[in-house]
Design a protein around this ligand. Structure first.
Ligand code: GDP
Ligand code: IMO
Ligand code: MG
Length: 430
């Protein structure tokens, strides 16, 4: 048995897509278990760049099965567009490569309308969501009024459910949010067309994953967003609406915890965040701008500039604990190529106290300022390094430092977006 979870260890966009693509070579099934098309996972193959929002990042590998587990929320239009885009580029030749669980909740037009209008109404208190309807669809799931893929593919039950739920949505949309109400007939017509196209992908993720595990196959679970955006363990309320941490794998795909062997956290060699919320090591100066530029830090989903800052070991230790990380994959080390002095935050200062542990109380976190250690930069281009020995000594010292301050072994170092810009320090499934 050997099953591996990939988790974002920061606030998202750590390079999960790239690492999952690389690890797919050693896997049989790749499974998304939470989130929706708020995610944007970038894969670079040669000159080609592919951004996936819903389909697991293993899809470029022929013969590997990609599964969308029940914990995901799915916008059918985006899903079908993504399939079309992949097919046009010569991928996904065999439809049996892709499976969507029937209990996945469907993102409906009213979810997007409510998400966007609520944000607009919140003014400077907004969360900075991706506007994809993620919060509202998870609210309906927990409120037991959601519409699932199994409903969508049954025309009668779908029409009945839309007619049941829409009056309440329209009341809220019109009277509270001041937006135009939606038409049930228009929704039913649009979504019925999607249902016909996507029904061939529908199945049961839990039983299929179990069959793979029983057959001794290797399953890779692909997290979306990051630990600090988790609904319970993140910087609430500035989080997404799903369980992004490793624990979410079990509920979001229908397997028991004993089937998880390893959990690798992906972290950049610095930190980024899109949207609002606390970010103790944020750099709102020229250095922050230089990192944004060198790292091309603009959202893969919304194109928004990402906030940037120094590596935060306090926040990382939180991710190590909450996810039970067995290893760290460090990405975007090359982005720091030109920096002479690199800072690492090893503790926070809160009033007169030094905190080694990430405060889970938002009121305390808001007031924390970073305590930094400095290391010398390598000021050399490392983009072509193929092994750890080819990295300059100062780059290796920085990697060792990240491992030391997080208490977690490093399993991979990425020095560029391409597949061949990857240094393996250990085999993913060993
Ligand atoms: P994800 O959401 O975690 O999959 O990450 P994103 O795809 O949103 O953002 C990561 C970005 O960094 C993408 O544009 C990747 O192509 C790029 N990337 C990944 N690893 C590296 C790396 O080691 N160096 C550089 N320069 N870019 C990288
Ligand atoms: P990947 O998988 C970075 C952020 C949004 C916002 C908050 C809530 O590519 O790492 P939502 O639309 O989910 O209700 O927004 O979460 N967010 C992400 N930030 N990467 C992501 O995904 C994100 N998905 C959501 O910016 O702050
Ligand atoms: Mg992303």
């Amino acid at each position: 048995m050997s099953n591996l979870v990939i988790i974002g260890a920061q606030w998202g966009d750590e390079g999960k897509g790239k690492v999952v693509d690389i690890y797919t070579e050693y896997s049989d099934d790749v499974v998304r278990f939470q989130g929706g098309n708020n995610a944007g996972h970038t894969l670079v193959v040669g000159e080609e760049k592919i951004i996936l929002h819903l389909i697991p990042s293993g899809i470029l590998h022929e013969g590997k099965r990609c599964i969308i587990g029940n914990g995901v929320v799915l916008d059918p239009k985006i899903f079908l567009q993504e399939i079309e885009g992949l097919k046009k580029r010569g991928y996904l030749k065999d439809d049996s490569q892709l499976l969507v669980d029937g209990n996945v909740h469907v993102i409906m037009p009213y979810h997007r309308v409510i998400d966007i209008a609520r944000e607009k109404k919140s003014g400077d208190k907004k969360i900075g969501t991706t506007g994809r309807g993620i919060g509202p669809v998870y609210e309906d799931k927990i409120g037991r009024r959601g519409i699932r893929i199994n409903d969508l593919i049954r025309p009668d039950s779908f029409a009945r459910k839309v007619k049941e739920v829409l009056p309440e949505k329209n009341f809220f949309i019109e009277k509270y949010l001041g937006e135009e109400p939606l038409s049930a007939d228009a929704i039913i017509e649009e979504y019925s067309a999607y249902a016909e196209e996507l029904s061939k992908y529908v199945g049961c993720a839990s039983t299929e994953i179990s069959k793979s595990i029983d057959a001794g196959k290797k399953v890779l679970f692909e997290g979306a967003q990051g630990s600090l955006l988790d609904i319970d363990h993140g910087t609430y309320p500035f989080v997404t609406s799903s369980s992004t941490v490793a624990g979410g794998v079990c509920t979001g795909s229908g397997i028991g915890p004993r089937f998880i062997d390893k959990v690798v956290g992906i972290t950049k060699a610095y930190v980024t965040r899109v949207g609002s919320g606390p970010f103790p090591t944020e750099l709102e100066d020229e250095m922050g701008e230089a990192i944004r530029k060198a790292g091309a830090e603009f959202g893969s989903t919304t194109g928004r500039p990402r906030r940037t800052g120094w590596f935060d070991a306090v926040a990382l230790r939180e991710a190590v604990r909450v996810n039970g990380l067995t290893g760290l994959a460090i990405t975007k080390l090359d982005v720091l190529n030109d920096i002479d002095i690199i800072k690492i935050c090893t503790a926070y200062k809160y009033r007169n106290e030094i905190l080694e542990t990430f405060p889970r109380d938002f009121e305390i976190l808001k007031e924390c300022t970073p305590v930094y250690e400095e290391v010398e930069g390598w000021q050399t281009d490392i983009c072509d390094a193929k092994s750890i020995d080819e990295l300059p000594e100062k780059a290796r010292a920085y990697i060792d430092k990240m491992s030391e301050v997080t208490g977690c072994p490093i399993v991979l170092v990425s020095v560029g977006p391409r597949r061949d810009q990857t240094i393996h320090l250990s085999h993913p499934f060993d």
